[in-house]
Design a protein around this ligand. Structure first.
Ligand code: TYM
Length: 329
């Protein structure tokens, strides 16, 4: 059976981008693959090193994973920092990762530009830690949104390099995966290309219906198309992209037709969009509220997850150490 592995950073509540980029499909994958899903709390330190929010953020992602339908008896659900083996693999992979390639990744350049006073080594080596997460369980498939394609490419490069350097066929080259569909990028409602926590344009799974309605109402629009079959400007295309993932094809083609005939009423479009987003998020939000105070359940899930993840991780590490030439006396 193929192995699937994916993670989400614990930097705040999960948004619609996380859900449609990765999380939604996790729940289908757990029935067909050997799955490892984890909370990337070490990765969160590259941008959010705050002891006051570290644990609450991990708890948020954990409850949101569970509320979205991950079954800890089917998939291995764990916290990255509960599996210290990943740190050693990260160190070992870093010996064969080069400054030139690390400093050229888009996400590194982006973060360094936005936050020039905190260009730390963790940020630079973010892709090596991500590769360690994936190679630790020798995953075949990695469900991610479109923004993570480059990191996946680097993981394949590190895997290939390791195999070549040590003349082995040990690591697989993992592929980005969206359960048979194209990788997606969910845009923001502010006309920007990507919904993201640092962009401040998110619809959160935890948002109540009123908040969602308010945010959708505020989305950028204009006075409408002036000619039949006009090309949609980006900020309108974005609304349709979100409609596409939350609504039925009938609804999408209804509004598409209205657009093409210059009969579109943005008020109606936004009302429908908010309604269909709420249909997705509300059941999750209600389950989050149920789970978040069940400390003994969360304890059980994370203990069981750590144990299963460490079993797989320590086997890989043992083999990697042997391949690299570490020997006991
Ligand atoms: P993070 O927390 O930034 O994103 C988690 C997942 O959500 C997807 N995503 C999106 N997908 C579509 N549209 C968006 N607007 C959007 N925003 C976020 C991301 O692609 C991702 O799949 N580096 C990873 C965390 C990680 C990881 C790993 C993932 C650490 N180690 C190993 C897979 C395997 C990340 O982007 O987290």
């Amino acid at each position: 059976m193929e192995t699937v592995l994916s993670g989400i950073r614990s930097t705040g509540n999960l948004h619609l981008g996380n859900y449609f980029g990765a999380l939604r499909n996790f729940t289908k994958m757990q029935d067909e693959y050997k799955c490892f899903f984890f909370i990337a709390d070490y990765h969160s330190l590259t941008t959010h090193p705050d002891p006051q929010i570290l644990h609450p953020n991990v708890k948020n992602v954990l409850t949101e994973y569970l509320a979205a339908g991950i079954d800890p008896d089917k998939a291995t659900l764990y916290i990255q920092s509960d599996v210290p083996e990943v740190c050693e693999l990260y160190l070992l992979l870093n010996m064969h990762a080069y400054l030139g390639e690390l400093s050229k990744t888009t996400s590194f350049k982006d973060k360094a530009r936005k936050n020039p006073e905190n260009v730390n080594a963790g940020l630079l080596t973010y892709p090596t830690l991500m590769a360690a997460d994936i190679l630790m369980h020798n995953a075949d498939k990695v469900p991610v949104g479109k923004d993570q394609e480059q990191h996946l490419e680097m993981t394949r490069k590190f895997a290939r390099r390791f195999n070549n350097l040590y003349s082995v066929e040990y690591f697989k080259e993992p592929a980005a995966f969206n359960f048979g569909q194209e990788l997606v990028k969910i845009p923001g409602l502010d006309g920007s290309g990507k919904m993201g926590k640092s962009e401040g344009n998110c619809l959160y799974l935890m948002d109540d219906p009123k908040t969602i309605e308010k945010k959708v109402k505020r989305a950028l629009t204009d006075e409408g198309p002036k000619e039949f079959n006009a090309v949609k400007p980006d900020y309108i295309e974005n609304l349709f992209t979100i409609l596409n993932v939350v609504s039925t094809p009938d609804v999408v083609s209804f509004f598409d037709e209205k657009w093409n005939k210059c009969e579109i009423r943005y008020g109606d479009l936004k009302k429908q969009l908010a309604e269909d987003i709420i249909k997705v998020t509300n059941p999750i939000r209600e389950r989050i509220i149920d789970i978040q105070n069940d400390e003994s359940y969360l304890h059980k899930v994370t203990t069981q997850g750590a144990e299963k993840a460490r079993e797989s991780a320590s086997k890989t590490l043992r083999e990697v150490r042997q391949i690299m030439g570490f020997k006991p006396f």
